[in-house]
Design a protein around this ligand. Structure first.
Ligand SMILES: Cc1ncc(COP(=O)(O)O)c(C=O)c1O
Length: 426
């Protein structure tokens, strides 16, 4: 596309784009709002007019930029965060380079997005769900210790809602028990522990670029890697098991096979499109400012919560720096059993709410897949299941809207508390 055409396109896009703050007609305080604009859409259009829609140079450039941002050796882009989890799990059981054996046990926190858990089960490994501390929303190390068996070989951490796990304790635990460590960072891009980005502590980290996450590629995900060899291994698994696009060419390729269709392993097709990478390149530039704004709003929310008995937000571990994904709240005291009333009230006033992801996953119908799991063995998760919910967070929320949300929340808490004491007197 030449400069004049690009200029015309950008001007047209500028005029055509509606107000992002009005993108959700049902809620004036939605879970999220669009953070992409002329740059991302324009670059995606360029991919199409250049007939470069399938994975190519933009994807590779974005992978490099992302790896540099989080401080990883390399990164491999995929079509979703769930696919990133799947690659991390299948890397453990790669038939040509297995790190674990079928049936080996992997510890996974019981409060998480379910595809993190399924990735392990689908890879033929045994999931051992571990309880979560309701004060942090992250793994309960004591429960992790209790659930260790001689077959435990790996811990798949998750940094829920952008709150980093206490990685010093987790690393020490994994070292002590000779466990591999992988990290689901799909809700935590930008979070750090001891100034080190999550996703760089173990054998790899998964990230999601779904619409509501810290940055978006529409759908999309990334796996961070510790070496070029590992990145090549993941690229083979990502795309058909073939050898195309590797950093290090396969040395022992059979001369009898056309290298364009050389299959060196089994594999999926989890490739992103070039349009997604085009979005990603621009979103990554905006990410630090977007995350700063998220932090600023989350701090205001923390101050509000601190002034309201019966409400709390997750504690960040010492040494941790959160990258807020949303505004999670735990209820206690007189409000402990009033979640349903409070969220119904907020929804009726135009504020969107959600439970804290799947809650106690052992209570979801799909947990039957895992076999004999006792849902009542997860007391921390049950508290989150019954008393937790979250409000949305977007860098696009302006101060006026945010203040209005706080005032509405304040009035809703007062209303629910009033009915709660009337119930008690009656
Ligand atoms: C913790 C966690 N892991 C994995 C995923 C899956 O990401 P995606 O929706 O991009 O498949 C999500 C999605 O929200 C998530 O929150």
């Amino acid at each position: 596309m030449n400069d004049a055409t690009r200029q015309t396109m950008q001007t047209w896009l500028q005029d055509a784009l509606p107000d992002a703050t009005q993108s959700n007609p049902k809620y004036w305080f939605p879970l999220t709002m669009p953070t992409y604009g002329v740059d991302e859409i324009g670059e995606a259009i360029e991919c199409m007019v250049d007939f470069q829609t399938s994975m190519g140079q933009r994807t590779r450039a974005f992978e490099r930029q992302f790896a540099d941002y989080v401080g990883a050796t390399d990164a491999v882009m995929v079509n979703s965060g769930s696919s990133a989890d799947l690659l991390l799990a299948y890397q453990l059981v790669n038939p040509l380079n297995p790190k674990l054996q079928p049936g080996d046990e992997v510890l996974v926190p019981v409060v998480t997005w379910p595809t993190q858990v399924w990735s392990i089960a689908m890879a033929g490994l045994k999931v051992e769900l571990v309880d979560v501390d309701p004060q942090t929303l992250n793994v309960d190390l004591d429960d992790m210790r209790r659930r260790l068996t001689p077959r435990t070989k790996c811990f798949f951490a998750v940094h829920l809602m952008g709150n980093p796990c206490a990685m010093d304790a987790i690393r020490a635990f994994c070292n002590e028990h000779d466990l591999l460590l992988i990290e689901d960072c799909c809700e935590a891009l930008g979070a750090k522990f001891d100034d080190q980005h999550v996703g760089t502590f173990g054998l790899g980290g998964s990230f999601s670029f779904f619409f509501s996450h810290h940055m978006t590629t529409m759908e999309g995900g990334m796996v961070t890697c510790t070496s070029e060899e590992q990145a090549d291994e993941l690229r083979v698994l990502r795309a058909h098991g073939w050898s195309r696009g590797l950093q290090n060419q396969v040395a022992d390729a059979s001369p009898a096979i056309d290298s364009r269709y050389l299959f060196v392993n089994w594999g999926f097709n989890l490739r992103p499109t070039e349009l997604q990478a085009a979005f990603g390149m621009h979103q990554l530039v905006k990410l630090p400012a977007m995350n700063d704004r998220r932090r600023e709003l989350a701090t205001r929310f923390d101050d509000f919560v601190a002034a309201h008995p019966g409400l709390s937000t997750p504690k960040v571990p010492r040494g941790g720096e959160g990258s807020p994904f949303a505004l999670p709240v735990m209820l206690s005291g007189a409000l402990a059993d009033r979640r349903g009333e409070l969220t119904t009230e907020l929804e009726s006033k135009g504020i969107e709410t959600r439970p804290i992801v799947a809650g106690n996953l052992a209570r979801q119908p799909a947990a039957a897949i895992l076999g004999d799991v006792d849902p009542s063995a997860y007391r921390g998760a049950d508290q989150i299941h019954q008393r937790g919910f979250y409000l949305g967070l977007s860098p696009g929320f302006d101060d006026v809207v945010f203040q209005r949300m706080l005032e509405t929340l304040d009035a809703s808490i007062a209303k629910v508390s009033r009915t709660s004491s009337i119930h008690k007197v009656a």
